[in-house]
Ligand binder design. Structure first.
Ligand SMILES: Nc1ncnc2c1ncn2[C@@H]1O[C@H](COP(=O)(O)OP(=O)(O)OP(=O)(O)O)[C@@H](O)[C@H]1O
Length: 641
């Protein structure tokens, strides 16, 4: 058996350009590598003046030590995890991930503890970001006659840091924690938008947090997680997070400031009844009562009405009032199959709002497969029975609030809105004068309130000055100066809305004048014809000037009406032409058919479908829309029970 040559001989043989002893040139085809190796050896020998064989031996030893060290480290870590380390893993899909990331970012990243971080420019800029950028900008000289360039402004997209693939040791409440963050690829099914892997399987990247504590108990980690949760929720108390269900999972779309319930214009009684009903439903006692009765703990609401009357706004406001997140689903989503829909409904957290908008748009009807409406064939992936199964099937989660919105409640299948699925119906209508006045006042109240506060401050200063007499002339002139400076700042600020129109804003009206303007505004508009969205759009054009808004309302309505009539005439003309063309082609077809084979049979009835629809409408009886709450027991009654 041949003995291998000693390593020193190997190195020197290679240095001389020879092959390794015992290895033929056929077995060493990697010439570029060999020349690189030769160059390295040349540098080691001639530039660094070291013996290459020693360097090779040392490198091998170092690699062995490193591998051994890593093995020992993993072994010790495994041992510690089994004995004195407690560990928790948190995946990005869980809300806890956001809480911990926020807590870690704010507590540790701000103190510059991390060095490997992920930087991103968030597309969605919060109100606070925008205000901070504006405040920074107003420190520099601002030319009020020119538009603001957001390109040159600091407030474009703020750069944020987040922990990335890294680990960090820290002490918290006398415990030693190790925080690790990594990213892993998770295979997903049924989502064509996800990146495709080499074998055609879809996957997405998902962050994962591991928290370890040097303790045999999980209690320190639990305390830390609770702290992170409280920290996050305290910060997000006035925000609503919106998730969208797609491809079988919920994706966080955005967090935005919660909408105040006062900003939604709706009959006071309806609003109160709805809030009371939801409050009672969310009460912990109610859950117990449902459980005792064996009733699934779910509640559904139907918001119906013409477009732009406030259905979505009311949903956002409810989410704000009760601190709930919104989980949004679309029946027309191309990527949501029936199976995924069921999965989405079964994975919503308890205590949230599931929003199904424009429920009529999918044309879900209880029809035989061969009678399914042609317009939705091919694009609709969910059937009525699939939806009903998702809403209240055995796997559907409990505790959620389902809100369905529709412009056409009469087009809905009775099964979809039967009590148990829909427990309260809130009908929105096009606004009457009081609602228009309310919208007008709401739009401009801010201007008036600020002006009145300022003038009160100025008068207050004057009164204080006269009461104090000449005793404190310096203090009086100081506070007067302050009030005047504030007034000047207010004046500057009031330029901001007008800046869009490049003209100074007029002085705001008093409360009495604002009320009179609101009445005149509402008088100039017809009742039940315009949506609040349209009115809001008009008022936004006169954001800083209520007098103009009130004065021009009549002219605006006339032009809107003229546009509407012209559009209707155009549509009627197009429809008539379409009808004529259809009749012509039908007549041609009939002539051809008669000629070919003679008159033959009757076409299969769409009539039965129409009559089915009509009977369905009658049974729902939406002719007198209002609210039909299905009573749930009062909390007090339940407590007594
Ligand atoms: N009742 C209302 N109170 C306050 N604002 C309203 C109201 N109705 C509409 N708006 C305003 O009009 C805009 C559109 O309202 P929203 O989206 O809530 O209407 P919608 O009824 O859900 O419309 P759609 O049926 O088209 O979805 C919003 O910006 C909102 O501020």
């Amino acid at each position: 058996m041949a003995t291998p040559p000693p390593p020193s001989q190997v190195g020197s043989a290679l240095l001389q350009g020879n092959h390794m002893p015992g290895i033929t040139s056929d077995a060493m085809p990697l010439h570029p590598l060999r020349s690189g190796y030769n160059l390295a050896m040349y540098i080691v020998k001639n530039v660094l003046g070291l013996d290459p064989s020693i360097v090779i031996n040392l490198s091998i030893a170092l690699a062995a030590i490193t591998t051994f060290g890593r093995y020992i480290k993993n072994y010790v870590h495994r041992f510690l995890v089994q004995t004195i380390i407690s560990q928790v893993h948190i995946h990005e899909d869980d809300a806890l991930y956001q809480y911990v990331m926020k807590w870690m970012t704010d507590r540790h990243l701000e103190r510059k503890v991390f060095r490997s971080v992920k930087a991103n420019t968030m597309a969605k800029v919060t109100v606070e970001d925008d205000e901070a950028a504006f405040a920074a900008m107003t420190k520099t000289k601002l030319d009020m006659d020119k538009p603001i360039s957001y390109r040159t402004m600091i407030g474009r997209s703020p750069i944020r840091f987040q922990p990335h693939s890294m680990s960090h040791i820290f002490i918290h409440r006398r415990n030693i924690f190790i925080f690790r963050h990594g990213v892993r690829s998770i295979p997903v099914t049924g989502h064509p938008l996800m990146a495709m892997g080499p074998r055609g399987n879809a996957f997405r990247n998902s962050g994962e947090i591991t928290i370890e504590v040097l303790s045999r108990s999980l209690a320190p980690i639990k305390a830390l997680l609770e702290e992170a949760q409280t920290y996050f929720l305290d910060k997000a108390i006035h925000t609503t997070t919106i998730f969208r269900g797609t491809g079988g999972m919920w994706m966080r779309i955005s967090s935005r400031p919660s909408r105040g319930i006062d900003t939604v214009i709706l009959e006071k009684a309806k609003k109160q009844a709805l809030l009371r009903d939801i409050n009672e439903y969310l009460h912990p006692n109610t859950r117990r009562w449902y459980a005792n009765q064996g009733i699934p703990y779910r509640r559904g609401y139907l918001f119906s009405g013409p477009p732009g009357t406030g259905k979505t706004s009311l949903t956002s406001a409810i989410a704000g009032v009760f601190g709930l997140d919104i989980y949004y689903l679309s029946l027309l989503d191309q990527f949501v199959t029936e199976e995924l829909f069921v999965r989405l409904f079964s994975t919503v957290p308890s205590r949230c709002i599931v929003l199904l908008e424009d429920i009529d748009s999918a044309g879900l009807k209880r029809e035989k497969p061969n009678k399914r409406r042609k317009d939705y064939q091919g694009q609709q992936r969910i059937t009525l029975s699939g939806l009903l199964n998702a809403i209240d099937g055995v796997s559907s989660s409990e505790g959620r609030i389902l809100v369905m919105t529709t412009n056409h409640p009469e087009a809905l299948d009775p099964a979809l809105i039967r009590p148990g699925r829909i427990d309260m119906h809130v009908a929105f209508a096009l606004p009457h004068r009081p609602e228009m006045e309310e919208m007008f006042c709401r739009m401009y109240r801010g201007l008036t309130d600020k002006a009145e506060e300022r003038s009160k401050a100025l008068t207050g200063t004057a009164v204080a000055t006269s009461e104090d007499g000449a005793a404190e002339p310096e203090a009086a002139s100081e506070s007067k100066g302050k009030a005047e400076a504030e007034a000047e700042a207010e004046k500057k600020a009031s330029h901001i809305p007008a800046l869009c129109g490049f003209r100074p804003a007029p002085p705001p009206p008093s409360s009495e004048e604002l009320q009179a303007l609101a009445v005149a505004f509402a008088q100039a508009l017809p009742e039940g014809k315009l949506s609040l969205a349209a009115i809001q759009g008009y008022l936004l054009k006169h954001k800083g000037d209520p007098r103009e808004a009130s004065k021009n309302a009549g002219a605006w309505w006339e032009s809107e009406e003229a546009d509407r009539i012209a559009k209707e005439e155009e549509e009627a003309r197009a429809e008539a032409e379409e009808k004529k063309a259809a009749q012509r082609s039908e007549a041609n077809g009939k002539e051809k058919k008669d000629g070919d084979e003679g008159v033959n049979g009757v076409s299969e009835g769409s009539g039965s479908e129409t009559s089915d629809d009509a009977s369905a409408i009658d049974s729902i009886n939406f002719r007198n829309p209002g609210m039909f709450p299905i009573p749930i027991p009062r909390t007090a009654d339940m407590a007594m029970g």
